[in-house]
Design a protein around this ligand. Structure first.
Ligand SMILES: NC(=O)c1ccc[n+]([C@@H]2O[C@H](COP(=O)([O-])OP(=O)(O)OC[C@H]3O[C@@H](n4cnc5c(N)ncnc54)[C@H](O)[C@@H]3O)[C@@H](O)[C@H]2O)c1
Length: 400
């Protein structure tokens, strides 16, 4: 249930390993493209596999489910306006498979979910279909793949499986062992749910530490990149690199699933979210100040290059991107400013008119590096421009 960035590659890999798959998605375009053997997501190396499994009949897609032996819920779990988790997609996908469930079936949630979701869905299933109580297997098995390396990681990463009971965990373990070569670690549902949230909250907190350091260093007149590289010479210190915030639909979202449910206890986790969000506002303010200073000193408006929209290097994903947020904020606050927007991994954008990165760099008076794309690292540092380097493109060039 759900043929997105995670569901589709999982369906393809499972089909490739000989499992018969019905891929269900409520988006008919996704279903049509999948049945035609065309990937609707960007993921290297997987389209040929899709064509193979569609051709040999192991995978077909539909907008509605049909009777199967195992059901996997891989639908979005966003947060609402107040940062409370929205599990309505999980619930609606579960309701869609409810009529097809029968004795001996396996039901697994893969979507990143707040603690207690699997129990809630089990309750829903047993309320609607009481005859299935203790007759089906229910488990939670989160995904931790890196987009861009999904084919490898789906097979080789270790997985954590939380069962509603021991038999459920074992059944799910049996299923995944058909194509996962990493270890399959068994626990209960709540621990498995919390494990996924913990992994991403840990990353968020570590990045928050680096981002906070970068703000302190800016005030203290210290090159944060040099500082971190020196501190990391300590055998037990490993500080991450700062950036212009934290983005993506995992690390920037999942910690809220803990802090909204445990608001009193999750102090550091909530604070990390605050620090990382603040970093984006801090960057936007730095750009606005640099623009005002330029205009005051040169008596003309600067031409500004905003370098990067994606939330991390060398991808085209703009979800929850702090770079996109900063560009929008600066443009809104200075409506008649001359701003060029650069994102080398995207051909066209429906809001921003994109400029080639080399042209933008050459023409701009103020260059703002927001995403550490490899292409930007080929540019030559210069003293003739104001350079705001929020992501370490010119790390060793102390002028920035
Ligand atoms: N993308 C990642 O890198 C990643 C990594 C780990 C975990 N996750 C988690 O996995 C889950 C899925 O993420 P994704 O990136 O694949 O999302 P996605 O948005 O790419 O895909 C989800 C798909 O589910 C479909 N859908 C929605 N409701 C449905 C329903 N009731 N029945 C069938 N299909 C339905 C949507 O049309 C969409 O195509 C989320 O909980 C996410 O947090 C994602």
């Amino acid at each position: 249930m759900g043929l997105g960035y995670i569901g589709l590659p999982t369906a393809i890999i499972a089909a490739k390993h000989g499992i018969e798959i019905v891929g269900v998605d409520i988006n008919p375009q996704v279903v049509d493209m999948t049945n035609q053997g065309h990937l609707h997501i960007i993921e290297p190396g997987i389209e040929e596999m899709l064509q193979e499994v569609v051709k040999n009949g192991r995978l077909h897609a539909n907008t509605t489910p049909e009777e199967c032996d195992a059901y996997f819920i891989v639908v979005p779990t966003p947060f609402k306006g107040d940062h409370d988790p929205d599990i309505s997609y999980v619930e609606s996908a579960t309701r869609m498979v409810l009529p097809f469930l029968k004795e001996g079936d396996l039901y697994v949630i893969e979507s990143t979910s707040p603690v207690g979701t699997t129990d809630k869905m089990a309750q829903l299933i047993f309320t609607e279909r009481p005859e299935l109580k203790d007759k089906i297997y229910i488990a939670y098995c989160p995904e931790r793949v890196l987009p861009g390396n999904v084919i490898y990681e789906l097979v080789h990463n270790d997985r954590v499986i939380g069962g509603l009971n021991e038999a459920s965990a074992k059944k799910a373990q049996e299923f995944y062992s058909q194509f996962v070569q990493g270890s399959l670690h068994v626990t209960n549902c709540k621990t498995a749910e919390m494990c996924k949230l913990t992994e991403n909250s840990c990353r968020d907190s570590q990045i928050a530490f680096a981002n906070e350091l970068s703000i302190i260093c800016d005030k203290a007149g210290i090159n944060v990149w040099e500082l971190i590289s020196l501190a990391n010479k300590h055998p037990r210190v490993n500080i991450l690199q700062p950036g212009c915030g934290v983005g993506g639909h995992c690390i920037a979202v999942d910690p809220y699933f803990i802090s909204s449910e445990f608001p009193k206890e999750a102090r550091m986790i909530a604070m990390a979210r605050e620090v990382n969000n603040f970093k984006a506002d801090w960057c936007a303010e730095k750009v606005q100040n640099a623009m005002s200073r330029f205009e005051f000193e040169k008596k003309r408006k600067p031409l500004v290059a905003m370098m990067g929209l994606a939330f991390k290097p060398d991808i085209d994903d703009l979800r929850e991107s702090p770079a996109k947020y900063i560009v929008t904020k600066v443009m809104q606050s200075c409506s008649n400013a001359n701003i060029m927007v650069v994102e080398p991994n995207i051909k066209e954008h429906n809001v921003f008119k994109l400029t080639n990165y080399k042209d933008a760099y050459e023409k701009a008076d103020i260059v703002v590096f927001l995403t550490a794309h490899s292409a930007f690292k080929t540019l030559v540092p210069t003293d003739s421009k104001v350079i705001l380097d929020f992501c370490g493109i010119f790390k060793n060039y102390s002028h920035c």
